[in-house]
Design a protein. Structure first.
Lengths: 257, 190
């Protein structure tokens, strides 16, 4: 219990530090969705901390009526949804609106994201998940954590494929968040798989969350956004298109004279 | 049961992928190209903007003149002029290095974040670059401008790398603040 309390306090402290870093030098203007998510973390985890302290001060026989378990699970459900803000922020920073890459990829990636959400919904809907209240939340966690990790990894891989360079801010936030949701997926699956993993679950997920927050603080310590994507002018693009079309027609002529 | 095992395996694979990307694609500390351009606009780098270093240090004209005994004196005069020009260019490069260093200190003085290790590496690079310029200057004075043409030409790259270092620091400020930095820099330099 003492360790859990210390983890809760450390989480709130680290979240407040992240919020202060974002407010310094107007960094929040560059990352508005990240700011919204961090504000949610501060508010949600502060409420959990307060309810946890009151839970600890209650007599053991009346703890069943405490607000803490219900608040914990409901805030976790809301957190699952709000984490998509972060996924959007990372995508939006990597492929900024108006860039050629965004125009080319947004439709395809939008369809992929929709299919991933359908997949998450389908895996969550499985009736075997509803054996106990805890399993419902664990199923929600692992389904959406997995999908969010795939979305982040997909964004990073696409950026690498097209040679988009990352700044320290987005790169640090994306990698730490991706790592944490991956661990969270494994964690929530393992708990349902074997009860012997249950004692570790209480510490592994929050501790990995603390590591993520430390990584975010490191990433946001200096302002280092993604370098702008250099794009060619319309005249140059038209010239490339003409050259490309000429090459294709020449190749066709050679294949079928 | 199967889907739980699948989630565990895939989750571990995803975690491994993030670790792999994190370790493999570590940023090289390259500055943003717009920051490099901005540094060029804020600071007037006279030495590195000289584009004809190759021609200045090319001894073809000198050899042609030397091949004719009647033009030997003219060849010596050309050599002397080139030597003076090369020394002036090196002196401008030296000034560029010192200006970039001052600009970097100016940025950090205004609150742009930097680490002690980064600052020590910058000072080390500056001292080595100045020493190298001194050595090249000494070789030009003693052996003439055509003795070490390649090393002399590459002296311009020392300023380029220092300029990238300054751009890296400038890139830590949002681009909207660069105009204000330029105004303050001009005011402080006046």
């Amino acid at each position: 219990m003492v360790i859990s309390l210390l983890i809760c306090i450390a989480a709130v402290v680290l979240e407040v530090c992240t919020l202060l870093l974002l407010s310094r030098r107007s960094l929040w203007r560059a990352y508005p969705f990240l700011l919204a998510y961090v504000i949610w973390l501060v508010v949600g985890n502060s409420a959990i901390l307060v309810s946890f302290i009151s839970y600890l001060r209650m007599a053991p026989e009346v703890r069943a009526h405490s607000l803490y378990p219900s608040l914990y699970w409901h805030s976790d459900t809301l957190d699952v949804v709000l984490r998509f803000l972060l996924v959007w922020e990372i995508f939006h920073q990597t492929f900024p609106k108006g860039s050629g890459l965004n125009r080319s990829l947004s439709k395809g990636l939008g369809i992929t994201a929709f299919l991933l959400l359908v997949f998450a919904g389908a895996t969550f809907w499985g009736y075997q998940n509803y054996t106990s209240l805890r399993s419902v939340h664990l199923a929600l966690d692992r389904s959406f954590d997995f999908v969010q990790a795939v979305m982040i990894l997909g964004t990073l891989v696409m950026a690498r494929y097209y040679g988009v360079r990352f700044g320290r801010n987005v790169r640090g936030v994306a990698l730490a968040f991706g790592g944490w949701v991956s661990i969270s997926t494994v964690n929530s699956a393992m708990v349902d798989l074997t009860n012997s993993f249950l004692p570790y679950w209480y510490y592994l997920r929050p501790l990995s969350f603390l590591v993520m927050m430390v990584a975010w603080i490191w990433a946001l310590w200096v302002y280092e956004p993604n370098p702008p994507i250099l794009e060619s002018g319309t005249a140059e693009l038209n010239q490339w298109t003409e050259d490309w079309n000429r090459t294709v027609s020449a190749a066709r002529t050679i294949i079928r004279p | 049961m199967i889907n739980l095992i699948l989630f565990t395996v895939l989750g571990l694979a995803l975690f491994g992928s993030f670790i792999f990307i994190g370790l493999r694609d570590s940023p090289k500390g390259l500055p943003d190209s717009s920051a490099v351009l901005a540094v060029g606009q804020i600071i007037n780098l006279e030495g590195s903007s000289f584009a004809n270093a190759r021609r200045l240090l090319d001894d073809t004209d000198y050899q042609v003149l030397c091949s004719n005994p009647d033009l030997r004196r003219l060849a010596e005069r050309l050599r002397h002029d080139r030597k003076q020009l090369a020394l002036t260019w090196l002196s401008l490069l030296q000034n560029d290095l010192l200006t970039l260093w001052r600009f970097r200190r100016f940025l950090i003085q205004r609150g742009v974040p930097s680490s002690l290790g980064e600052e020590l590496r910058t000072v080390q690079a500056l001292v080595l670059s100045l020493l190298l310029l001194k050595c090249i200057g000494l070789s030009i004075r003693t052996a003439g401008p055509f003795a070490l043409p390649r090393a002399t030409r590459q002296a311009g790259q020392l300023v380029d790398s220092m300029s990238k270092g300054a751009a890296l620091v400038l890139g830590r400020i949002p681009a909207a603040g660069w105009a204000e930095i330029e105004r303050s820099w001009v005011k402080s330099a006046a």
